[in-house]
Ligand binder design. Structure first.
Ligand code: NAD
Length: 262
C-alpha cells in the first residue's frame, strides 16, 4: 500500500502528467507530486497493474490522480492522452517526459529495429508530448516541462549508441524548446540521472560484479534511488525554479565527472 508522504502543498492547484509512471523513476515522481498536492496523470504502457494500484492508493490517501494507458511514441495516442488529462483535471501545468527504454548493443551489432524503437521512445516521444502539452500550456499561460534524459546525454559509453544518441538529441530538443517556449512562460529542463536502482537496470542489479564496478566508478560510491531523482524533478516542476530554463541537472552521484588518477 502506497502511503502519501506529507508535503507542503508545493504543487497545489497544478496538474501534472508523468509518462511511463508505472515503474521506477516515473512512479516515484508521481508519488512525490501527489504528496505536494498536484493532480497527477499517470501514463503507462506495461506495468499497468502497478500504475492502477498506485493511482488507487494515492487517491485513497486523499490525492487526485488517474492512470491512463498510452504509447507515447504514437502521435494520435499522445494527442488523446493530453486531451483526456485536460478533460479530467481541467488544465495541464507540468509535463514530465520520463518514459524510456535502453538496449545494450555493440555498434556493429545494432539492428534497425533496435535503433528505431530506442529513438522513438527516448527522443520522438518527448517531442510529441512536449508539443501536445505546450499547446495546452500556451492557452493557460505557462508551465514546466521536465525531460528525464540521462548522463548519456553527455557521456559516451560502450554499447549505448542508440540510447546516447537519443538522450544527446533530447538535450538539444530541450535547449531549442526552452528558447522557443520561453515567451509563452513555459520552462523546459532536463534531469539527467546516473545509475539509479530501477527495473531498467535489472540485469546490472542481478550481477554483483557489475554492481561492484558501478560503485567504483560513481564518486559517491553507490547507486541512486528513484526518490532522489524525483526530488530534483519536483524543484524544476515547481515555482521555486521560476528563473530556470534550458538547463540540465545531473543526479548521478558525480558519475559524469568520473576520472581515475594515473
Ligand atoms: P523503468 O524501465 O522502470 O521505466 C521506464 C518506463 O517507461 C516503464 O514503466 C515503461 O513501461 C515505460 N515505457 C516504455 N516505453 C513506453 C511507451 N512507448 N509509452 C509509455 N511508456 C513507456 O526505468 P527507469 O529507470 O525508471 O526509467 C525512467 C527514465 O529514466 C527513462 O527515460 C530512462 O532512460 C531514464 N534513466 C534511468 C536511469 C537509471 O539508471 N535507472 C539512468 C538514466 C536515465
Amino acid at each position: 500500500m502506497t502511503s502519501l508522504r506529507a508535503g507542503s502543498g508545493e504543487l497545489a492547484g497544478k496538474v501534472a502528467l508523468v509518462t511511463g509512471a508505472g515503474s521506477g523513476i516515473g512512479y516515484a515522481i508521481a508519488q512525490r507530486f501527489a504528496a505536494e498536492d498536484a493532480a497527477v496523470a499517470i501514463d503507462y504502457l506495461g506495468h499497468g497493474a502497478d500504475a492502477k494500484t498506485l493511482a488507487r492508493d494515492l487517491n485513497d490517501n486523499g490525492a487526485k490522480t488517474a492512470a491512463f494507458e498510452a504509447d507515447v511514441t504514437d502521435a494520435a495516442a499522445v494527442e488523446a492522452l493530453v486531451a483526456q488529462v485536460v478533460e479530467r483535471f481541467g488544465r495541464l501545468d507540468v509535463l514530465v517526459n520520463n518514459a524510456g527504454i535502453e538496449k545494450l548493443q555493440p555498434l556493429l551489432e545494432i539492428d534497425e529495429a533496435s535503433w528505431d524503437s530506442t529513438l522513438a521512445v527516448d527522443l520522438k516521444a518527448p517531442f510529441l508530448c512536449m508539443q501536445a502539452a505546450a499547446r495546452r500550456m500556451k492557452e493557460s499561460g505557462g508551465g514546466s516541462i521536465v525531460n528525464i534524459s540521462s548522463i548519456h546525454e553527455d557521456f559516451p559509453f560502450p554499447s549505448f549508441t542508440p540510447y546516447a544518441a537519443a538522450k544527446g538529441g533530447l538535450r538539444m530538443l530541450m535547449r531549442n524548446a526552452a528558447l522557443e517556449l520561453a515567451p509563452l512562460k513555459i520552462r523546459v529542463n532536463n534531469v539527467a540521472p546516473g545509475a539509479i536502482a530501477t527495473p531498467i537496470n535489472a540485469a546490472t542489479l542481478a550481477d554483483p560484479v557489475k554492481v561492484q564496478r558501478l560503485q567504483e566508478i560513481v564518486p559517491l560510491q553507490r547507486m541512486g534511488t528513484p526518490e532522489e531523482v524525483a526530488e530534483v524533478v519536483l524543484f524544476l516542476a515547481s515555482d521555486r525554479s521560476s528563473y530556470v530554463t534550458g538547463s540540465t541537472y545531473f543526479v548521478d552521484g558525480g558519475m559524469v565527472r568520473y576520472a581515475e588518477a594515473l
